[in-house]
Design a protein around this ligand. Sequence first.
Ligand code: NZQ
Ligand code: ZN
Length: 381
Amino acid sequence: MYNFVFQNPVKLIMGKGMIAELSKEIPSDKRVMITFGGGSVKNNGVYDQVKEALKDYDTVEFWGIEPNPSIETLRKAIVLGKEKKVDFLLAVGGGSVVDGTKLIAAGLLYDGDAWDLVLAHEPILKTVPLATVLTLPATGSEMNNGAVISCRKTKEKYPFSAGYPVFSILDPEVTFTLPPHQIACGIADTFVHVMEQYMTTTSQSRLMDRWSEGILQTLVEIAPKIRQNQLDYQLMADFMLSATMALNGFISLGVSQDWATHMIGHELTALHGLSHGHTLAIVFPGTLRILRDFKGDKILQYGERVWNITSGSRDERIDAIILRTEEFFRSLGLTTRLNQERIGLDTIDEIERRFNIRNAAYGENSNVTGKMARTILESCL
Ligand code: NZQ
Ligand code: ZN
């Protein structure tokens, strides 16, 4: 186990009816900007609950933060927030609304163009306080300091380190209206978040391994049940908490991480608009196929503990485990090959070019370069 310093300041407020707690958590003298996506919150009662809880507050609303939030939209929110002198932000939506609001929180205290903050690739220290009401379990953004922002004009998408929310409210009932594709993407995203922190080498930490495997086992158990009935509160509560726990720092204490699959996935979204979780379902099996010589021991441990795959030679077991993983993503209702999305060699060329320009070297061994990304993607055709 490596040395580490860990602090996660986010207050988690979870359960039925908990949106009403908003008025206990936000100081009454704050001028609050509430940020939303495209309108799903108007169809599932979330908007009404938020408005009721904040009826005595001075509020301004900003609508239209789109999936894979764009700098073009967020600039408008920053102008509005500055004009109205807001000093508290409440993001109500999925990861995109939360991420976008993290950039707004920084942009409100920055005089230049907020895209500079994304390109700087440095942690942002000065932010307006923000909180979240989460409507889509997937990204963990409700309990971490990451955000991923896109630029529509240049077709770029980059992660950056932002501020943590002060608190996040998670009511599993708000997930009942999620479209099946978003549930599939959310489960895939959660699964791969665990993998990016787990699928490296063995014997770094028994505890981190077992926490990770616990989340993976939970997802494997609940995924088919959710497909049958997404109105089951207990199932959705486990899904929601799994997603939060998968990317709030708890499973990466003192261990190495990978994140190459995510970096390749972001390029597929930037170039083709594919949903984030879907890109991971395509790329992650490819990462395992190509990096099996480096990750072999951990693949075997994962296969045994999560899928109960224990027989056959080392190579046969690894083959079976990778196939089983890809099958799991398919069982969610996602395609797992680039050609199924009509993505071909020209996109692979472009991703290799982009990785080369930035001297990319991702993964725990810093060996996922442009050339390696090409090999991984070619195995996903
Ligand atoms: O915009 P609305 O109308 O709200 O609809 C959204 C959107 O169309 C809809 N939706 C959300 N909650 C709903 C709902 N529909 C019905 N009922 C509900 N309860 O779902 C659609 C997708 O929402 P979005 O927020 O885009 O999805 P997600 O939460 O998966 O967020 C994806 C973004 O997060 C980034 C991704 O790259 C992507 O940009 N990520 C952020 C991370 C982080 N901050 O740590 C880590 C992740 O790896 C990821 O990269
Ligand atoms: Zn992700």
